[in-house]
Design a protein around this ligand. Structure first.
Ligand code: GLV
Length: 322
């Protein structure tokens, strides 16, 4: 007698190419609404799931795993996996995968977009025009800050940090970085990048851009003290995870002029945003769009599906976390 096909649960809507790859690997059940999956519906499906494809809005913890006794793999459609208790998965023999690589360029592009938007006051300019306020060209109107010869300090020099550095080089910026370890000498040379301590990076950079994972160690890495260490003329860009920054301290620093501005794609309590940020002109706010291109989201879904398929076949996983 043939074994029944493996059961794959997809907890949210993902691009169709990924679903098709999953269908070739097993029986797929997919929550297809953009609203979050209700816990009872999810748990009923997890009860007989061999594999689950998750979004960064899913919390995979002991409770989730307890509902999924047959589960062999959690394939997260994101590079960040702070939504997953990897230790708990490992303890139960559940593999975890993420989607690095395929989203590097999209995320780096968005970081540069925020950098340009905040230094050249694009959000403010847009709001001025849309408000219907009369305006005319003026020699001193809405002057921003140029990037040429300015220092970009990159916190977290993985592939996204490096991709931001190479874009910033094209804008004439100098690169400093802070990372757990130095990147290879060839990369440092190509990017003209210098490894410095976090305090030196904060104190000497004109723009600080965050590209580190969110962990216990990076929780509130940028807090009130770090913001005070930055220059009053400096800008902060966050496309990593909201809680790498103490959002209340950042709102206060932006309000008081401790730093000049910020460009934020991610927030501490998404989708809520610290109310003070909403009223400040020196911050550009976008709703977690780092990987939000048609091509990138399809590539992320496909990679998650390839991980599931490899696991079900007993092949090596393309992008394992544990
Ligand atoms: C997006 O935030 C991701 O981690 O992929």
């Amino acid at each position: 007698m043939n074994n029944p096909p493996p059961r794959i649960v997809v907890t949210g809507r993902i691009p169709e190419s990924g679903v098709e790859l999953l269908r070739a690997a097993g029986d797929v059940w997919n929550w297809t609404s953009d609203d979050p999956i209700p816990a009872d519906v999810r748990d009923a499906q997890l009860g007989h799931a061999d594999a689950v494809v998750t979004l960064l809005s899913d919390r995979v913890d002991d409770q989730f795993l307890a509902a999924a006794p047959r589960l062999g793999i959690v394939a997260n459609v994101a590079v960040g996996y702070n939504n997953i208790d990897v230790e708990a998965c490992t303890a139960r023999g559940v593999r975890v995968t993420n989607t690095p690589g395929v989203l590097t360029d999209a995320t780096a592009d968005l970081a540069m977009g925020l950098l340009l938007a905040v230094t050249r006051r694009l959000g403010e300019g847009e709001r001025l025009i849309r408000s219907g306020t009369p305006w005319k060209w003026g020699m001193f109107m809405m002057l921003g800050t140029g990037l040429h010869r300015r220092r970009l300090g990159i916190v977290g020099m993985g592939s996204i940090g490096q991709a931001v550095a190479s874009r910033a080089r094209a804008f004439g910026m100098e690169i400093a970085y802070h990372n757990r370890s130095a990147v290879d000498a060839e990369t440092e040379q190509r990017l003209g990048a210098k490894l410095v301590s976090l305090d030196e990076l904060l104190a000497t950079s004109d723009v600080v851009s965050l590209h580190c994972p969110y962990t216990e160690d990076t929780h509130h890495l940028v807090d009130a003290r770090a913001l005070l260490t930055m220059r009053p003329s400096a800008f902060l860009i966050n496309t990593a995870r909201g809680a790498v920054v103490d959002e209340a301290a950042l709102a206060e620093a932006l309000h008081k002029g401790t730093i000049a501005g910020a460009g934020l794609d991610v927030f501490e309590n998404e989708p809520d945003i610290h109310p003070e940020l909403l009223s400040l002109d020196n911050v550009v706010l976008v709703p977690h769009l780092g990987t939000a291109t048609v091509e990138t989201r399809a590539a992320m879904a496909d990679l998650a599906a390839h991980n599931v398929a490899a696991h079900l076949k007993g092949d090596p996983l393309p992008t394992p976390v544990n």
